[in-house]
Design a binder for this molecule. Structure first.
Ligand SMILES: Cc1cc2nc3c(=O)[nH]c(=O)nc-3n(C[C@H](O)[C@H](O)[C@H](O)COP(=O)(O)OP(=O)(O)OC[C@H]3O[C@@H](n4cnc5c(N)ncnc54)[C@H](O)[C@@H]3O)c2cc1C
Length: 465
């Protein structure tokens, strides 16, 4: 007899979703979380707070820069950073306490503390109050990830911060250096640039967001530059020195030229690594791929029979919705059901303005794998709704198989790209073709008509261009 049918370690979008699904399926389930609040990185220091700040800063730009063109006279637009941060905290609190209610509703035992394996059926949970041992038939490791740090750039979360520090700065820095041109760095850079910081992004590669379609990224870079962000591509930060009021940063270009610059705040945003330390995984026989990533098979099972892993601790894109899909599939597999996650159809979105959204293959990937394809594109400049909302930057790009017309990939840069991509993901999940989207009636005037027009354009039949 064990205490629980299933114990989930970590209450992020992977862990809490797994616990809820397991309870729905009739399992006796516990979820262990070492932080005071539930919801993991996503709700506390990731997706949600970053989107709250993106929205507040976007409203500031709308009022301070764009109200006039609508004939609206706004005399003074000022930022109250404390109130802006309080709004963000309120949203976090609402969502994280909401997970607590869901746990109660689903009769999930919430155990506070840090988990570590004793053997494959027993874990120790230590907290400031007590240490206890818990046994279970099955375990799911959903301990997430944390920012990668580099010894030559020591983070103090004051002058050199990770995304966690960048979400809670106490004043608007005059200058901010973002190390890393990935989606987290660009989102946080956008927030502070809109609020008034001079933002520079340094990236070792010759392009930003390297996983995305190159044509979209070119447009994205142009747009971010237009908003005042500066880029040092093909540059590496070699060292940092903390002064009283700034950080001295040494950088080296790919042709070995050295530069030194000073910034008030430096944001270290070069990626994240799985959270596996302290779990005592090696001693129970769990294997890793690479340094910290837990090795799993197609059924999310680790090298130990009753221990599973999902979300950021495993391979694949570190995204909340990937963790959630894996959570449901993993629990259903434990329950004896047949299910899977379609890894080709996990949308990726950068929530800047314009947003960038993509799903499936990029044009570069299709070329590399020698797949014959057709391209359909449509600019928001030719979309009536985008004109009425002054959001004409960007375009929709659909890649379809040359012979079968099946959609192979879609890439959108535009104000509401993140919402628009959902239609294409749905079509792709059902094996849809560009023709299928082209034949669907889209409401007028909406930006979704740009998706339809891009689908028509795959066959050279776009109407409004
Ligand atoms: C700034 C930022 C913005 C982001 N924006 C987005 C976005 O817009 N969209 C998106 O899809 N993704 C976004 N992400 C990524 C997203 O947050 C993660 O992919 C997601 O949270 C992963 O979920 P998870 O359940 O695997 O892990 P996590 O959410 O990291 O949760 C893991 C939990 O396990 C707990 N834990 C760890 N070790 C132990 C232990 N030994 N015992 C007990 N508990 C433990 C941790 O405290 C944590 O609460 C963002 C991330 C950041 C940092």
């Amino acid at each position: 007899m064990t205490d629980f049918d299933l114990v989930v370690i970590g209450a992020g979008p992977g862990g809490y979703v797994a616990a809820i699904r397991a309870s729905q399926l009739g399992m006796k389930v516990a979820c262990i979380e070492k932080e005071k609040t539930l919801g993991g990185t996503c709700l506390n220091i990731g997706c949600i707070p970053s989107k709250a700040l993106l929205n507040s800063s976007e409203k500031f730009i709308e009022l301070s820069q764009h109200a006039k063109e609508h004939g609206i006279q706004v005399n003074k637009v000022e930022i109250d950073l404390l109130k802006l941060m309080q709004r963000k905290e309120k949203i976090i609190k609402q969502l994280t306490t909401g997970i607590g209610f869901l746990f109660k509703k689903n009769k999930i035992t919430h155990i506070s503390g840090t988990a570590s394996f004793d053997d494959q059926n027993t874990i120790s949970v230590s907290s400031s109050d007590e240490d206890k041992k818990i046994t279970a038939k099955n375990f799911i490791i959903a301990t997430g990830s944390k920012p990668i740090e580099i010894p030559s750039i020591p983070v103090d979360e004051k002058q050199i911060v990770t995304s966690t520090g960048a979400l809670s700065l106490e004043s608007i820095p005059k200058s901010l250096l973002v190390i890393g041109g990935g989606y987290i760095g660009l989102e946080m850079g956008s927030v502070w640039a809109r609020l008034g910081s001079k933002v520079t992004v340094v990236e070792a590669l010759d392009r930003i967001v390297p996983t995305m379609d190159a044509e979209i990224v070119k447009e994205f870079l142009k747009s971010l530059k237009k908003q005042g962000l500066e880029f040092k591509l093909s540059h590496k930060v070699t060292s940092t020195k903390l002064n009283k009021n700034d950080v001295e940063v040494s950088m080296e270009s790919s042709d070995k030229k050295e530069i030194k610059e000073k910034y008030e705040i430096v944001l270290m945003s070069v990626g994240r690594k799985p959270n596996t330390e302290g779990l005592n995984l090696e001693s129970v026989g769990i294997k890793f791929t690479g340094k910290n990533t837990i090795e799993i098979n197609k059924e999310f099972k680790t090298s130990v029979d009753n221990i599973y892993a999902i979300g950021d601790v495993t391979l694949g894109p570190m995204l909340a919705h990937k963790a959630e899909e894996e959570a449901v599939a993993c629990v259903e597999i434990i329950n004896g059901q047949k299910t899977h996650v379609n890894y080709n159809l996990i949308p990726a979105i950068v929530y800047t303005d314009p947003e960038v959204a993509s799903v499936g293959k990029t044009e570069e990937q299709l070329k590399e794998s020698k797949v014959e394809y057709k391209v359909g594109k449509f600019p928001f400049m030719a979309n009536g709704r985008a004109l009425t909302t002054s959001t004409t930057d960007g375009f929709v790009k659909i890649l379809a198989d040359k012979k079968t017309d099946a959609i192979l990939g879609a890439h959108i840069i535009g104000h509401d790209a993140g919402q628009l991509i959902a239609e294409i993901v749905t079509a792709m999940e059902f094996g849809g073709s560009a023709e299928d989207i082209a034949r669907i009636c889209h409401a007028h005037p909406t930006t979704s008509e740009a998706v339809k027009e891009a689908a028509l354009s795959v066959d050279g039949r776009a109407i409004h261009i």
